[in-house]
Design a binder for this molecule. Structure first.
Ligand SMILES: NC(=O)c1ccc[n+]([C@@H]2O[C@H](COP(=O)([O-])OP(=O)(O)OC[C@H]3O[C@@H](n4cnc5c(N)ncnc54)[C@H](O)[C@@H]3O)[C@@H](O)[C@H]2O)c1
Length: 306
């Protein structure tokens, strides 16, 4: 099995411009509760929307995967308009900063009950909605987006994927409707961990998964752990139940996958120590979602270059 290729970001582009302090730590207040600005550095992807293109299905298609070139303007003339659902939350506030810093994207709205703004209030001005809300709101929000022809990038975890698939299929309208993209984890390191797990599983099939998150996470096991288990089992592995979920202050998002074999173990571990780890993936998804060939696409790996 071949591991995925590059995420498509230059090293300097995938890192914050300055060291982040502890402002992203889970115990910190969320945006709107007096939290400091998250200070996300510039985030760029290698794909650009063409002038006039948007990520909204019927009104235009993005995904013109033209590479940045010195001969081409650095920014599209018509940026993709991105609204964020859950904009006052820990992830949503970080996404707002990342979208504002990204070439070719424009932050067009911030929806959150805590801001007094409904998703419906920002839909008309958005080509793409990014949803980082709560498990029982992800599906109704996705339905609102797709019903209005707006593509949706979902980072929220803990909802029924099959219901989303049906909703996305129902609104695809032969390719004229919006698309849904879901990533249980937008961090490239986590995606690589899942791919490595798939590669190892046929050789060391007995597996335990331990996921560790901050103590305000609502769902368990995490979406990343559930997806990792799904991929390992598809590769012939046997994931022992239960998946272990640790919730503690001080953690962000971490996972260990432990393979046991005769006289040996092999452990994969990924740590997101800062929410900026998810942002290059979110920005990439905003750029590509409008041109995806399927009504629903799951997993960041589907967007990465081979
Ligand atoms: N996919 C990934 O890479 C990834 C990474 C980190 C977190 N997550 C997931 O993202 C989600 C959000 O995490 P968080 O830590 O930011 O949570 P949070 O509690 O800090 O923020 C959630 C926000 O959503 C708002 N909200 C609730 N209902 C809403 C609605 N109908 N419309 C708009 N906003 C609404 C809340 O008011 C809150 O501000 C969780 O499901 C978490 O598991 C995913």
């Amino acid at each position: 099995m071949r591991l995925i290729g590059r995420i498509g970001l230059r090293r300097s582009e995938s890192e914050p411009e300055h060291d982040r302090r502890d402002e992203d730590q889970p115990g910190e207040p969320r945006a709107g509760e007096g939290k400091a600005e998250s200070g996300m550095g510039a985030v760029h992807a290698t794909t650009l929307a063409a002038p006039g293109a948007s990520a909204k299905g019927p009104k235009g298609q993005t995904g013109l995967t033209r590479r940045s070139s010195p001969k081409l303007p650095a920014m599209s003339e018509a940026p993709i308009r991105v609204a964020v659902a859950g904009a006052a939350g820990r992830m949503g506030a970080t996404v707002c900063d990342a979208v504002e810093a990204a070439d070719g994207l424009e932050l067009s709205g911030r929806a959150d009950p805590e801001l007094g703004v409904e998703l419906g209030d920002v839909l008309d001005d958005a080509d793409v909605v990014v949803d980082f809300t709560i498990p029982d709101q992800a599906l109704p929000n996705a339905h609102k987006c797709l019903h209005s022809g707006t593509s949706v990038v979902i980072g929220t975890t803990g909802f029924d994927m099959e219901k989303l698939r049906k909703c996305a299929n129902d609104h695809f309208d032969g390719g004229n409707g919006g698309r849904a993209f879901v990533a249980p984890n937008f961090a490239i390191g986590a995606v690589l961990m899942m791919q490595a797990a798939q590669m190892i599983a046929p050789h060391m099939p007995e597996v335990e998964i331990i996921e560790l998150h901050h103590d305000r996470k609502l769902d368990k096991p995490s979406g990343t752990a559930a997806r990792t288990a799904e991929l390992i089992e598809a590769a012939g592995g046997n994931v022992h139940e239960p998946i272990h979920s640790v919730r503690l202050p001080g953690l962000v998002a971490h996972q260990e996958v432990v393979f046991g074999g005769q006289g040996q173990t092999l452990t994969l571990r990924h740590d997101s120590i800062d929410r900026s780890s998810f942002m290059p993936g979110v920005v990439l998804a905003c750029r590509k979602v409008g041109s995806l060939p399927e009504p629903l696409t799951v997993g960041l790996e589907a967007l990465l270059e081979a």
